[in-house]
Write a protein that binds this ligand. Structure first.
Ligand SMILES: Cc1cc2nc3c(=O)[nH]c(=O)nc-3n(C[C@H](O)[C@H](O)[C@H](O)COP(=O)(O)OP(=O)(O)OC[C@H]3O[C@@H](n4cnc5c(N)ncnc54)[C@H](O)[C@@H]3O)c2cc1C
Length: 383
């Protein structure tokens, strides 16, 4: 049997999990290649703790070059376009042919969608998180507002985890009484994707810690002074530090390839994560896997990784002519740290038969140990 070419676009959670799994299942005559512009991706999940000095910037990355030791080729290059009829990918370092394509290019941030947000603060990339960390280290009193623009956004618990970590940090600094923390979200409830029980529990936990929550309002602009945020309902909030969660979009080259069919995200078969083009799959933030009329599997690394593994199993079964894997089940858990030593867990099985089985588990020390293990495993390419 001639060797097949499996090409993975993007070396984030989904791409690495797909490549690792494909490599472990397939004989060496089949090649597995990851293409990414970035040799050292960062674990954004560390950012809510990093902004209060609880994570080391030097330990936030892993080098994709190390994948060569595992028989996976890594090409560091900008991907310019995907040619579906030609079964090729055009990059700045040349053209790559494929038999099976896994699109794991994540989501991009549209800062222009909220004018002024590029000059305000954020924590959605390492650069913005480092800048916020410097600001918080000087913060002594005043109001901080964390505002989400529009769903969907990566890791639905992240804005609340960030508020919880600020609360913990200001208490430790002895300045909590002089500080006010407000979170605003466009959705009617926090972590609505996990259902009403989880939302109610989180609302109570925020309230107990004196963190104000305003729902149903998306941030639409930040004043040039970066001291006032404007919202979709016509209201505004003056604050000393404005932190925004940017609008997320599908990468341009994915939209231009035709894979999105004009929709905001890449539609896929929910069981196999295959796109409308045979043997072309989309995993992670780049896709949409709905499980109810108004809800979809969250954009988070654990789900991207689970999807990558499932897709690699499907591809291996097609190449080796073996039974396909069970349908993708949408399972995974995200962390929501409440302090430096306690983390809650949010997750379950989103695509379970009979409806999602999802819960928010109370913060514990063992939750934090799991979070730390997750971070270590990620750095060692175990995830
Ligand atoms: C603050 C924050 C906290 C989070 N916390 C958690 C958490 O606790 N748990 C969790 O599971 N998830 C968390 N997430 C979400 C998680 O980081 C993402 O959901 C995950 O990274 C998505 O994986 P992916 O493989 O789909 O895409 P990504 O990891 O974004 O990877 C996409 C890759 O594609 C590459 N790429 C894109 N376009 C091109 C191009 N044209 N050419 C070349 N390369 C390209 C990029 O360089 C990137 O490496 C958090 C995110 C944030 C921002």
């Amino acid at each position: 049997m001639p060797g097949k070419k499996i090409v993975v676009l993007g070396g984030g959670f989904g791409g690495v999990a797909a490549a690792r799994t494909a490599r472990s299942l397939l004989p060496a005559e089949h090649t597995v290649t990851i293409i990414d512009r970035n040799r050292v991706p960062r674990l954004c999940g560390m950012n809510p703790m990093l902004i209060v000095g609880e994570r080391d910037v030097r330990k936030t990355g892993r080098s994709l070059g190390q994948l060569a030791n595992r028989g996976i080729q890594f090409v560091e290059s900008e991907i310019d376009s995907i040619d579906l009829p030609g079964r090729t990918v055009n990059t700045q370092s040349g053209v790559h042919e494929y038999d099976y394509l896994i699109v794991a290019l994540g989501a991009t941030y549209d800062w222009d969608a909220v004018p002024g947000s590029d000059l305000a603060y954020s924590f959605y990339s390492l650069e913005t998180a480092r800048r916020l960390r410097r600001r918080l280290s000087r913060f002594r009193r005043g109001r901080i507002v964390i505002s989400v623009a529009a769903p969907p956004y990566k890791c639905p618990p992240a804005p609340f985890e960030t508020a919880m970590m600020m609360n913990w940090y200001f208490r430790r600094q002895g300045i909590r009484r002089d500080s006010e923390i407000i979170v605003t979200i466009p959705e009617p409830a926090p972590i609505a994707v996990a259902g009403p029980d989880a939302s109610a529990q989180l609302e109570q936990d925020l309230d107990r810690r004196g963190i104000e929550l305003r729902t149903g309002v998306g941030v639409i602009a930040v004043a040039p002074s970066s001291m006032e945020a404007e919202y979709s309902d016509g209201s505004s909030i003056a604050a000393d530090v404005i932190v925004t969660v940017p609008v997320h979009r599908v990468p341009k080259i994915v939209a231009e390839s035709g894979l999105t069919d004009g929709k905001p995200w890449t539609p896929v078969n929910a069981d196999t994560l295959e796109t409308s083009t045979d043997n072309v799959f989309a995993v992670g933030d780049v896709n949409i896997v709905p499980f109810a009329e108004d809800r979809a599997v969250p954009k988070a690394g654990v789900f991207a990784a689970g999807q990558g593994e499932n897709v690699a199993e499907t591809i291996a079964s097609r190449i080796l002519d073996t039974a396909p894997p069970p349908a993708y089940d949408g399972s995974g858990e995200c962390f929501l740290a409440y302090s430096s030593t306690q983390s809650a867990l949010l997750g379950g099985e989103f695509l379970a038969q009979g409806g999602p089985q999802v819960a928010l588990r109370a913060p514990t020390a063992s939750g934090m140990r799991s979070k730390e293990r997750f971070e270590r495993d990620w750095r060692r390419f175990r995830i």
